[in-house]
Design a protein around this ligand. Structure first.
Ligand SMILES: [Zn+2]
Length: 481
C-alpha cells in the first residue's frame, strides 16, 4: 500500500466514531419517548413485569422458556431475523434491576417506526437476532435480594448448575451459540473511578476466560465493544466510567461464557448522585446497549482498539456516601482531629416496594485518601452526641404532639419510646430508642450516625441516621435503634 493511502482508514474510523456519537446523542435525547412508563422504581416484581411483556408488540415476540425454582416463568423476548445471534440477560441478581428497565425501553424502541431511527433499527434487526432474558432471577427480584430462592448466587453456579435459572442460561448459550452475550448487573454505588472522587456511574468488563487473562478473538471483541460504548457515553458522564477487575472467577457465568466461545460484555450500573432509583443510568444503558448492538450489526466494532479499553480506569474503593473532614472529638479530655466516613444502606420495605435507609459509621481517622459523594468540612467544629428528649414517649405516634423542628434546632433528635415496631422506620428525622436502652457512645465504628457538629455552643449540623438537616436530593428517614 502506498504511503499516501494510509490516512484513509483512519479518516473512515473517525467518521464512524463521530456518527456513532451523533446517534448516541439522538438516542439519549429521545429516550423519554421509549421509556416504559410503568417502570418507575427498581423494586418491581415478576407480577409487575408479566403484563408489560404481554403488551410487547411486533416485530418482537415473547415466549416462556423455563421457570424459576418457585415456578415463576422466565421469558425470552426475540427480535430480528439476522444471522448473528446476540443474547442479553438482566437481573441474574434479583436486586439489580436497572438494566431490566432499560431492556423494556429497548423493546419499545425496537417495535417503533417512522421516528427517524428506522435505518438504525433496521440494521440491527436485519443483521442480528436478539434474544433478551429480562429478570433471569424472578424469585430474587420478589425479595429484592441478590441470590435465588435456593440462596445460591447464580453467578457462582456456572459449573455446578444447581439453580434452574443458571442451568437455563447455560442452555440458552449452548443452543444459540451467540456471537455476543450481554451480562447486565448493578454494582456497589460507592465504586469510584480509580482513586478519584468521581463515582463510577457505569463500569464494564471484558471478562477473562483463564487465570492468565489472555486475550483471544472472543475476548478482544468484548474489549472493542466496550471501547465503543465508553466513547459514546463519556459526553454524558465525563470521567465517570470505570473498568471492573478482570481476575478470573472460575465459577462465574461471565468468565465461563467467554470460555465457551461467546464474547461476553459485562455492564454494571453503579450510582448517580441524587438519583436513587437510577433513572439516569437506565437511560445510559439504553444508549450503550443500542449503540453496541448497532456496532455488532454493521461490524464497526472491529475498528476499535484494545488500548482504548485498557485505558479505562479500574473501579476503585475511594468513596463514602458522606465524608466529614477535620472534625474535632474529645477523647480522654483532649481534642482529637478525625475524618468520619458514613454510608447509607438500603433496607427493603416489602409492603410499599420502596426502601428506607439505615446508615453506618464506616471509618474514623485520617481519611484524606478518600472522598465523599457528599462532603462536609468540619474544621473548627466539635462532634458530640445528639441530645435526648427529656420525656419518654408511649409510641412513635406521640411525636406528632411535639414541635420537632424547634427541638431539632436545639440538637434534640433522640427520643425514648416505650413501644415501637422494629420493622418501622420513623418518617421524621428522629432517632428512636426503645425505653431502657442506653444512648450509644458518640462515634463508634458501625454505629448509626446520629450526632451534632457544634461550633462552640451553637449547633451547626444535626445528623440523624447519617443524613443532616441541609441534606437535599436524598430520601431521608429516621431510625429505630
Ligand atoms: Zn450482579
Amino acid at each position: 500500500m502506498r504511503k499516501f493511502f494510509l490516512p484513509l482508514p483512519l479518516l473512515l474510523m473517525i467518521s464512524t466514531h463521530l456518527q456513532a456519537q451523533d446517534v448516541a446523542r439522538q438516542l439519549h435525547d429521545a429516550h423519554e419517548t421509549y421509556k416504559e412508563k410503568k417502570l418507575t422504581h427498581r423494586r418491581f416484581k415478576h407480577a409487575d413485569m408479566v403484563p408489560m411483556l404481554q403488551s410487547v408488540t411486533q416485530p418482537l415476540s415473547v415466549s416462556p422458556i423455563g421457570e424459576s425454582l418457585e415456578k415463576r416463568a422466565i421469558y425470552q423476548v426475540k427480535a430480528g431475523t439476522g444471522p448473528t445471534n446476540v443474547l442479553l440477560w438482566s437481573q441474574m441478581h434479583g436486586d439489580e434491576a436497572t438494566a431490566t428497565m432499560a431492556l423494556f425501553d429497548i423493546f419499545n424502541f425496537l417495535s417503533a417506526h417512522g421516528d427517524g431511527f428506522d435505518t438504525f433499527r433496521q440494521t440491527i434487526l436485519a443483521k442480528t437476532t436478539l434474544y433478551f432474558l429480562p429478570m433471569l432471577n424472578p424469585d430474587g427480584a420478589e425479595r429484592f435480594q441478590r441470590r435465588t430462592a435456593t440462596d445460591i448466587d447464580m453467578n457462582r453456579d456456572a459449573l455446578r448448575l444447581q439453580t434452574p435459572e443458571g442451568a437455563l442460561l447455560k442452555h440458552m448459550q449452548q443452543t444459540l451459540q451467540p456471537l455476543v452475550g450481554f451480562n447486565l448487573h448493578d454494582q456497589n454505588p460507592r465504586y469510584s473511578v480509580g482513586k478519584t472522587g468521581k463515582q463510577a456511574v457505569m463500569s464494564f468488563l471484558a471478562t477473562a476466560y483463564d487465570e492468565d487473562r489472555n486475550i483471544n478473538d472472543v475476548r478482544q471483541r468484548s474489549m472493542q465493544l466496550i471501547a465503543g460504548m465508553n466513547r459514546v457515553l463519556q459526553p454524558f458522564i465525563p470521567g465517570q466510567i470505570a473498568r471492573y477487575d478482570d481476575e478470573f472467577e472460575p465459577r462465574a457465568f461471565g468468565d465461563n461464557i467467554q470460555k465457551w466461545g461467546t464474547t461476553l460484555v459485562l455492564i454494571e450500573s453503579g450510582g448517580y448522585k441524587g438519583d436513587p432509583e437510577k433513572m439516569t443510568i437506565r437511560r445510559l444503558n439504553f444508549v450503550a446497549i443500542l449503540s453496541a448492538l448497532k456496532a455488532i450489526a454493521d461490524g464497526s466494532y472491529r475498528q476499535e482498539a484494545n488500548a482504548d479499553y485498557l485505558a479505562i480506569p479500574e473501579n476503585g474503593r475511594a468513596l463514602f456516601d458522606v465524608l466529614i473532614r477535620n472534625a474535632t472529638i474529645v477523647r480522654g479530655g483532649k481534642p482529637v482531629m478525625v475524618d468520619v466516613g458514613i454510608n447509607h444502606y438500603e433496607i427493603n420495605d416489602q409492603a410499599s416496594r420502596q426502601f428506607q435507609y439505615k446508615s453506618s459509621i464506616e471509618d474514623i481517622g485520617d481519611l484524606s485518601t478518600f472522598h465523599g459523594i457528599d462532603e462536609i468540612d468540619a474544621t473548627g467544629l466539635t462532634l458530640v452526641p445528639a441530645r435526648v428528649h427529656a420525656d419518654t414517649l408511649e409510641s412513635p405516634a406521640d411525636l406528632a404532639k411535639l414541635d420537632l423542628p424547634a427541638l431539632q434546632r436545639d440538637g434534640i433528635v433522640v427520643f425514648r419510646v416505650r413501644q415501637a415496631s422494629k420493622d418501622e422506620f420513623p418518617s421524621q428525622a428522629v432517632h428512636l430508642l426503645l425505653d431502657g436502652e442506653i444512648p450509644a457512645q458518640p462515634l463508634q465504628l458501625e454505629q448509626i450516625p446520629t450526632f451534632l457538629l457544634m461550633k462552640g455552643k451553637q449547633v451547626t449540623y444535626t445528623f440523624v441516621n447519617g443524613f443532616w438537616q441541609d441534606c437535599t436530593g436524598n430520601l431521608r428517614n429516621g431510625i429505630l435503634d
